[in-house]
Design a protein around this ligand. Structure first.
Ligand code: ADP
Length: 267
């Protein structure tokens, strides 16, 4: 089994190399600088975890009798962790591709915002284990005509970022309230926030504010995908910084559907 894993890993790394080489040959001039940057980022995100899986698997295969139980468990742990990272990255790439192909068609129905927030929080429970979470959901929010899967994924991505970019022990606040004909959902954290010049670019694919963000388990796709999902439901997304203290505020705004009566009259 390990032999197969090592072979597969080596093969996949060669393939990534091949794609890179082919692209270099085909590259014409200007606009390809951007494509090249994207490709470098993609192959980095594929190669790094793959190389880690490969390293751990070959060590296990070659040195297994000499290793202690703890060392073996460590190596297996990192194989699983890095494979999960690869899995997340590929899932994100697929979501991005679907969005760009216009293939994300929301399956809309009436949903309660508090319930969707609740299920995003449950899914993010392990990620949020080192933070305090405060909920501030206004009572009697109107139901929204949305795809709960897409909305939950966008909220999950914001929670994931808040946990990643704000120090352990700080508070993450999830707030939802009605603002005119929309519901505004915000995730506020107590991290260092986002530089003012990056408040729009953070939604670009593969964009990361700090060099150090590269080493964290991220893909640079989370916010691009979230915005794509929300816009597919006629909503908008924005980034800002808190005015009361340091920290980012990521907002999702979704339209409140017209009252039933208005729909009936229109029909
Ligand atoms: P990533 O996988 O890198 O987190 P995202 O698309 O989710 O990708 O975010 C893009 C970049 O925006 C991040 O790399 C980070 O630099 C910045 N960012 C996102 N959320 C926050 C936040 N809550 N606080 C500070 N910076 C953030």
């Amino acid at each position: 089994l390990l032999d197969a894993l090592v072979d597969q890993g080596a093969l996949a790394i060669e393939r990534v190399q091949l794609v890179e080489d082919m692209d270099r040959v085909k590259r014409s001039a200007e606009s390809d600088r951007l494509r090249q940057a994207l490709l470098t980022s993609i192959s980095h995100d594929l190669k790094t975890p793959l190389a880690a899986v490969l390293g751990a698997a070959s060590t296990l295969r070659d040195l297994s009798p000499k290793l202690s139980d703890a060392e073996r468990a460590d190596l297996l742990g990192s194989i699983v962790e890095e494979a999960e990272r690869l899995n997340r990255f590929i899932a994100n790439l697929l979501d991005m591709t679907r969005l760009e192909a216009g293939a994300v068609v929301p399956n809309a129905a009436l949903h309660d915002v508090g319930e969707v927030v609740g299920s995003a929080l449950r899914r993010a429970a392990t990620i949020l284990a080192h933070h305090k979470v405060e909920l501030d959901i206004a009572p009697e929010l109107p139901m929204l005509q949305i795809d709960a899967v897409l909305f939950e994924q966008a909220i999950f991505n914001l929670l994931d970022n808040a946990a990643k970019y704000a120090p352990d022990g700080t508070t993450i606040t999830v707030r939802a309230a009605r603002h005119g004909d929309a519901v505004l959902l915000q995730v506020l954290d107590e991290g260092e926030g986002i530089p003012p010049e990056d408040l729009e670019t953070v939604f670009d694919k593969f964009y990361r504010v700090r060099k150090t963000d590269q080493v964290r388990a991220g893909t640079g796709l989370g916010l691009a995908i979230s915005r794509g999902f929300i816009e597919a439901m006629q909503g908008t997304m924005a980034a800002a910084n808190r005015s009361d203290r340091s920290g980012a505020v990521l907002s999702i705004r979704l339209p409140v559907p017209p009252p039933r009566a208005a729909l009936d009259t229109a029909a």
